[in-house]
Design a protein around this ligand. Structure first.
Ligand SMILES: [Mn+2]
Length: 314
């Protein structure tokens, strides 16, 4: 565990403080940001603390971001959470802050802080904060614990990802000790709207599985228009088919809304690499989760054949 007591000292001495998250924030970005703000307020109520960022998410309920002038930022300690690179920060004005500190759990590629608390073993930025708050032994309000629990729960897909460790569960245990309502938080974050339910039903009903264990579906333009979604919003639901024993490799394709005759796709697998196949068509990503854009019908067929052949090897 990193020595985050240094950060407590910095916070103790700083006023104002701005807290920055990454663009297109997920619940870990928001949870670590509002969790840290809330904890500072729990313990130093007179301090001016601003949570910055334009963009937000539709998952879960979050407070509004704060507005703040350049002058305030210039005089502030900026703490940037869950943000691997400076370029990904939602509010680039953090660069003019008096002092910058990074708290993150992605592999370190851009140590843009004067201090960088980067722990790639942590499953979530919220895990780092929870374990630090436990060691600090200061006040942790129910609100603070809720924010952090939401980030922890979502970044680990409800404690199921390979980076969920004993430390992750210790962090969760510490937070659970603060009167949080675990089933209510799960409902807030994971219950579907009627529209999402209908999209899920459409996805499930369109899946075809090859004998190789490769499963795929196509969302047409009409599908996207019917649900009022972009291709990337639709493909955001790919996890809908991510929990089938027989599927070794799966893909969700959609017709491009912007370019006639072109397609986009998200590729997933349990064990087989799919990023090399994505790369063949100008895409990329991680070993078991990759994406491709702007390919034509012929390339689509070729990609499906490669994915099916790959599935049969596993
Ligand atoms: Mn994260």
């Amino acid at each position: 565990m990193m020595n985050l007591s240094l950060l407590s000292k910095e916070i103790e001495e700083a006023d104002p403080i701005v807290i920055v998250r990454h663009v297109r924030p997920d619940c870990d970005a928001l949870g670590s940001q509002f969790g840290l703000k809330s904890w500072i307020k729990d313990n130093w109520p007179a301090k001016a603390v601003y949570a910055l960022g334009e963009e937000t998410t539709s998952q879960g309920i979050w407070p509004q971001s704060d507005k703040c002038s350049d002058e305030i930022i210039e005089n502030s300690l900026a703490i940037v959470v869950d943000t691997a690179t400076a370029a990904r920060a939602d509010d680039q004005r953090f660069l003019i802050a008096k002092r910058i500190i990074k708290v993150d759990h992605h592999p370190e590629t851009d140590p843009y802080g004067a201090l960088n608390f980067t722990d790639p073993k942590a499953a979530a930025a919220c895990e780092i904060l929870a374990r630090w708050f436990e060691e600090e032994n200061r006040t942790v309000s129910k609100q603070t614990a809720e924010y952090l629990y939401k980030g922890l729960l979502t970044d680990t897909l409800r404690f199921s990802t390979s980076n969920t460790t004993a430390d992750t569960l210790k962090a969760a245990s510490f937070l659970a000790d603060h009167e949080i309502d675990i089933p209510a938080l799960n409902r807030e974050l994971f219950d579907l709207s009627m529209k999402e339910f209908e999209v899920a039903a459409a996805i499930r009903s369109r899946v075809k599985m090859e004998p190789s264990g490769f499963a795929w579906l196509m969302f047409t333009k009409e599908d996207l228009e019917k649900f009022g979604m972009s291709g990337s919003e639709a493909r955001g639901h790919i996890d809908e088919i991510g929990h089938v024993r027989d599927f070794k490799v799966w893909a969700m394709f959609n017709e491009s809304l912007s370019e006639e005759g072109k397609y986009e796709g998200s590729l997933r697998s349990k064990h087989a690499p799919v990023n090399d196949i994505a790369a063949k068509f100008g895409g990329g990503g991680h070993k078991n989760a990759a994406g491709v854009k702007d390919f034509d019908a012929e390339q689509l067929e070729e990609m499906k054949q490669l994915l099916s052949a790959r599935a049969s090897e596993y």
